[in-house]
Design a protein around this ligand. Structure first.
Ligand code: SER
Length: 317
């Protein structure tokens, strides 16, 4: 990776990935692009307004900056996707197809995240294997499975260096996630710090895989820097760092804020989606093929999130 383009850089992962990659590869070598203006991303490196569905404009950026690696982070997430499935398909697949074609034409490596949302149907919920039948019943999941297959196809058919991980819910404190089923695990911190109370839209007993942002950034860089000879899989690797229910994370927060309370107003769409996903992924293949190993567990993540959110909300005095 020498000249990097991040499409969808204004989102939850993109904002922090841009900063992270600029530290590693130099600010001038990491071009952030988003549909909307993002002054913070333009502050210390190149930023461009880009509608990824406009293939000509997308290709012109890749040509103009001599890009060799693309991160396609454009996504309509699971819960929002169900409100407008056709629109979600058009955006998710349009962004992916343009990224694949441009990567093929200009010889770029391409990273597109997949997700725990790619799973669905009848599969082992506990220690969900890397290779298993995937029959998601959300449009988000359908897009992710299609994306995994297309990524592998572009690699075997055209030799494009496509790589991907199946991200769990990503917990972070810089940019809020938007429209996902795992978003509760971020919202809970802001509500706990500002109000001491959270009303959770996901049922108390549902386990989902989660990961703290520093581990997500590490996974992206380590996979993209991995020796291709060692990769038996490409699109896409199971990765996880922790798995918990709303009750478990609330109990962990209570160790720091004993008066914190939580009740439930379960969203039926989020309930159906969350119960169709794995409880806990088996990420052995990622560990074996490119040395994946997370640094953050539930206890260390909660402590750090509370510190960061308190500071952000001016409640750290
Ligand atoms: N965070 C995503 C969602 O909840 C899953 O990848 O939709």
């Amino acid at each position: 990776m020498k000249r990097i383009l991040i499409a969808g850089a204004g989102g939850q992962i993109g904002t922090e990935l841009t900063t992270h990659l600029r530290k590693i590869y130099g600010p001038e070598n990491v071009i952030a692009a988003d549909l909307r203006d993002c002054p913070t991303l333009a502050y210390d490196g190149p930023f461009e307004i880009l509608n990824v569905l406009d293939r000509e404009a997308y290709a012109a950026l890749v040509r103009g900056y001599n890009v060799d690696t693309i991160f396609n982070l454009v996504a309509v997430l699971s819960a929002t996707g169900e409100k407008n499935p056709q629109g979600a398909w058009n955006i998710n697949m349009g962004a992916l197809m343009n990224s694949l074609e441009i990567a093929r034409e200009y010889g770029c490596a391409l990273f597109t995240p997949s997700s725990i949302g790619a799973f669905g149907g009848d599969f082992p919920r506990d220690n969900t294997p890397q290779d298993v039948v995937m029959q998601p019943d959300t449009i988000y999941g359908v897009c992710k499975v299609t994306g995994e297959l297309l990524g592998n196809y572009y690699h075997s058919r055209f030799g494009v260096d496509t790589r991907s991980v199946r991200f769990p819910g990503i917990i972070s404190n810089v940019t809020m996630p938007g429209g996902g089923t795992t978003d509760y695990a971020v919202e809970i911190f802001y509500e706990a710090v500002s109000k001491g109370h959270y009303t959770c839209p996901v049922p108390a007993d549902v386990y989902m895989d989660m990961m703290y942002m520093p581990d997500a950034l590490k996974a992206i860089v380590d996979l993209m820097e991995a020796d291709p000879q060692r990769l038996r899989h490409r699109n896409s690797f199971n990765v996880t760092a922790m798995s918990f229910t709303p009750e478990i994370i609330a109990a962990e927060i209570r160790k720091h804020i004993p008066e914190f309370t939580m009740d439930y107003a379960v969203d039926p769409v989020k309930e159906q989606i969350s119960r169709s996903w794995p409880n806990k992924l088996d990420d052995t293949c990622a560990r074996e093929e490119w040395g994946w190993s997370p640094d953050w567990d539930l206890a260390s993540m909660v402590e750090d999130m509370l510190r960061a959110v308190r500071a952000k909300l001016g409640k750290d005095q």
